[in-house]
Design a protein around this ligand. Structure first.
Ligand SMILES: Nc1ncnc2c1ncn2[C@@H]1O[C@H](COP(=O)(O)OP(=O)(O)OP(=O)(O)O)[C@@H](O)[C@H]1O
Length: 234
């Protein structure tokens, strides 16, 4: 996948939003409640009609179903099927995304491990806590190994310890697979940890852009994660 470009995007309150993201780059969207962060993510996920253009590597994706463009989206609502256990939620997503029967057991196991959710595999969503549901849904999203990962406040229900562990896992996954990522967050520490660049929205407009504190500093991130007590499970 090449760079991703949004040009003059208008949707609901969003006014002429333009920005581009390089392949493998991670961008955080921040801004006050109601500023349009989730709306912008839904536009990127192809869930809302919009004016303007979205392109990957110069080719329009405006009319392309986003799973065919290698885009994975995790909404705040999670959308886990209540009658399926976690493993089968992931299996279903893989079968739908790949459009054919694939051997998905390895992928399921790997994504569950990355999201620290292996022990949840046989449980149904109603049997999980809010944070466990987030981890299950994250596992389902990364199982499809998307090229562009869109995450809307993915760790909001997690306690500080589990949250920091998952930041580290996600950052490792994203850099190892050169995955492009847009993450909505209200937490400057999370945004700085996960993203190379932070875009601020206010009233549907992009107002400020700043380099993340840890941009291009994998070593610093690693030492930060290692120094956190979060690496020890409680
Ligand atoms: N389905 C909808 N139809 C019309 N307007 C909507 C709809 N969903 C959200 N909005 C409005 O769009 C605006 C932006 O909402 P959005 O969810 O993008 O904000 P946000 O920055 O993600 O907020 P938060 O940080 O609280 O999640 C809000 O004023 C909201 O009321």
């Amino acid at each position: 996948m090449s760079n991703i470009q949004f040009e003059s995007v208008q949707c609901r309150l969003l006014k002429n939003i333009s920005f581009s993201i390089e392949q493998g780059e991670s961008v955080a969207l921040m801004g006050p409640s109601g500023s349009g962060k989730s709306t912008l993510l839904k536009v990127a996920a192809g869930l809302l009609a919009y004016k303007g253009r979205a392109q990957i590597g110069g080719a329009s994706i405006d009319k392309l179903p986003r799973h065919k463009a290698g885009i994975g989206y995790l909404s705040q609502d999670l959308h886990l099927f209540p009658h399926l256990n976690v493993e089968n939620n992931i299996r279903l997503a893989l079968l739908f995304g790949m459009g054919r029967k694939i051997s998905c057991s390895d992928r399921i196991a790997q994504s569950l491990a990355l999201a620290r959710a292996t022990h949840l595999a046989k449980l149904k969503p109603a049997e999980l806590s809010g944070g466990e549901r987030q981890r299950a849904a994250l596992a389902r999203t990364i199982a499809r190994q998307p090229n562009l990962l869109l995450l809307d406040e993915p760790f909001s229900s997690l306690d500080a310890v589990n949250k920091k562990d998952l930041w580290f896992e996600l950052k490792q996954l994203q850099t190892a697979h050169c995955m492009t990522m847009i993450v909505v967050s209200h937490d400057i520490e999370e945004a700085s940890f996960l993203a190379d660049r932070i875009l601020y929205l206010r009233g549907g407009e992009l107002t400020v852009e700043q380099a993340s504190r840890y941009r291009n500093s994998a070593n610093e991130i690693q030492s930060l994660a290692v120094s956190q007590p979060s690496n020890y499970y409680i």
